[in-house]
Design a binder for this molecule. Structure first.
Ligand code: C5P
Length: 241
């Protein structure tokens, strides 16, 4: 059932899939609740999203049992922006779909932003929204890849890809709400990102420049890097490091 409470006049809803277990991080709690500079990763992510003036609703997809505590933690930094928490699903795409179900019909633009990319700079969020409002059916931030990448085949062979043609995809990804609903109604439930599901509808995905600080906290090393970046920037804050 769509969220029926107050919605600010800001036109964008941000879905935050945060229902992953975070096994690779090994923090002993779901990754979104692992502490970074004394606060849950989720809190850093929500602080960054609501710093964008057009974000008017945050919907969290949470591990079962953590809905209330995650909503409380996120609300504390969300200012006047309402925060809604739903129980996530078995796969990331399920979590996004369940969160999308509570986004009111009046919302035109939806961002999907992994909690784990908790230091995304605001210029990336703004560029994604701008491109959706300019008419793109799907927008992703992307970065050139620095490693040489080889594609492996089932027979055990491999070949080098032309890395100048590759981009590493980040979040937030942005969509007109109706396009994202269509993608999730028909798309591959095993998809690892939403833009790929929109692409499967035959629609083009637009790229905007990503940022190295939008990296995904996945391993303990990533957490150390995030701690160092925050410390270098003088602790926590809306602007990020
Ligand atoms: O596992 P991975 O790092 O790709 O997950 C990306 C994001 O999707 C994380 O923020 C994670 O919490 C979220 N997720 C989710 N529901 C799942 C699995 C992952 O919301 N079932």
């Amino acid at each position: 059932m769509p969220y029926g409470g107050a919605v600010s006049r800001r036109p964008v809803a941000a879905i935050v899939p945060a229902a992953g277990s975070g096994e690779r991080l090994g923090a002993g709690v779901p990754k979104a609740m692992a502490l970074l500079a004394g606060e849950p990763i989720l809190v850093h992510a929500v602080r960054g999203l609501v710093a964008e003036p057009r974000v008017g609703l945050v919907v969290l997809a949470c591990p079962q049992g953590l809905e209330a505590s995650m909503a409380t933690a996120a609300t504390a930094v969300a200012g006047t922006v309402p925060v809604v928490a739903v129980t996530g699903g078995a796969a990331r795409a399920d979590s996004v779909r369940l969160a999308l179900d509570v986004v009111p019909d009046a919302v035109d633009v939806v961002l999907v932003h992994d909690a784990a990319r908790c230091l995304v700079p605001s210029h990336v969020i703004g560029a994604v929204i701008d491109a959706v409002l300019a008419g793109a059916p799907a927008v992703v931030p992307g970065l050139p890849v620095v490693d040489t990448i080889r594609a492996v085949d089932p027979a055990g062979g491999s070949r080098t890809l032309d890395r100048s043609a590759l981009r590493a995809v980040q979040t937030p990804q942005g969509f007109p709400a109706d396009v994202l609903r269509r993608a999730h109604a028909t798309g591959d439930p095993g998809a690892t990102d939403d833009a790929g599901m929109v692409e499967a509808l035959g629609l083009a995905v637009a790229l905007v420049p990503g940022d190295p600080q939008a990296f995904k906290v996945t391993t303990p090393q990533d957490l150390l890097l995030a701690e160092a970046l925050l410390a270098a920037a003088g602790g926590r804050g809306e602007e990020g490091p």
